[in-house]
Design a protein around this ligand. Structure first.
Ligand SMILES: C[S@@+](CC[C@H](N)C(=O)[O-])C[C@H]1O[C@@H](n2cnc3c(N)ncnc32)[C@H](O)[C@@H]1O
Length: 274
């Protein structure tokens, strides 16, 4: 059984505040006004980093001044990127309170607090009225969601009619049995992967329509190879996903890459309509 403190510990891996402070000070970023781009190496907490966020953004029909929800916003990196790119307002929620705290500090440092606001919350029980948002997305979160139906029902509930929902995830591949530990779970206790066709059926059952899926295996394999195959003599950059993911991040990424190559997992993006 996994409880909420296990989830917090899994994502933060000890004193994340100190690790970030140290890395930012070594990179010369502490105590100064920042551009959102300065934080991309540490605030895009998913495989392929900012490149994956940019790709998802190209598929989302966000208009200026719209109110968008980010479910499982992490440190708010994707939210800041989309808010700047589309001139929209983003409310992010995440179950990991340290991420929300750091993310809101990053909003201040990058002067984005007027357009991005992050709060602690659970994607399975959203604390918003029905039909609040003009669109929503969730980047690499659903692998941790045991009750997918509840999660998608909640996303559906808080979206206005005629809007969109987009998400990316690692689905279960035809060979099943992913290799643990993975970037989103050390063991199967925190990992709830579904074959993409089951996810599509569930979305349809809930009422989402015009479901567009694209598989992203090749892109992810290339992204992981780039991250993993750094030459041994090459010093790790000061800012990088390892600052957040800790010392096991590399091995977890290797396992994720192997799992995709062996068709145990299958990453994809979905954009659909309510
Ligand atoms: C791989 S990170 C992705 C973070 C962010 N979406 C990004 O792309 O940078 C997964 C995030 O999902 C969050 N999460 C996991 N289960 C959640 C839940 N039930 N409700 C809200 N957030 C959740 C974790 O705390 C973590 O921040």
């Amino acid at each position: 059984m996994v409880d909420s403190s296990d989830v917090e510990n899994f994502w933060t891996r000890g004193d994340i505040h100190s690790r970030i402070h140290k890395a930012m000070s070594e990179a010369g970023l502490n105590d100064k006004k920042l551009e959102i781009e300065d934080l991309f190496p540490i605030d895009q907490y998913h495989a392929r980093g900012i490149a994956a966020t940019v790709d998802l953004g190209k598929r989302m029909p966000i208009q200026e001044n719209q109110k968008i929800i980010d479910i499982g916003c992490g440190l708010g990196g994707p939210a800041r990127y989309f808010a700047k790119q589309f001139q929209c307002f983003i409310t992010g929620i995440d179950i990991t309170s340290s991420f929300v705290e750091i993310g809101n500090r990053f909003n201040k440092l990058t002067s984005m607090s007027n357009s991005v606001s992050l709060q602690v919350g659970n994607g399975e029980t959203l604390n918003f009225e029905n039909e609040t948002f003009d669109g929503g997305y969730s980047q690499h979160v659903t692998m941790n969601i045991k009750n997918r139906k509840k999660f998608f029902l909640e996303a559906y509930r808080v979206l206005k009619k005629g809007t969109f929902f987009a998400f990316s995830e690692h689905g279960l591949g035809p060979e099943r049995n992913p290799i643990f530990p993975l970037p989103w779970a050390d063991t199967s206790e925190m990992s709830f992967l579904l074959p993409p066709e089951s996810t599509i059926s569930l979305l349809k059952e809930i009422g989402f329509y015009d479901i567009q899926i694209i598989e992203t295996s090749e892109k992810y394999i290339l992204g992981y190879e780039k991250m993993i195959n750094t030459k041994p003599e090459k010093v790790e950059p000061i800012l990088g996903i390892h600052v957040i993911g800790g010392t096991t991040m590399k091995q977890r990424s290797i396992n994720s890459m192997k799992s995709i190559k062996e068709k145990r997992t299958l990453p994809f993006e979905i954009v659909c309509k309510k």
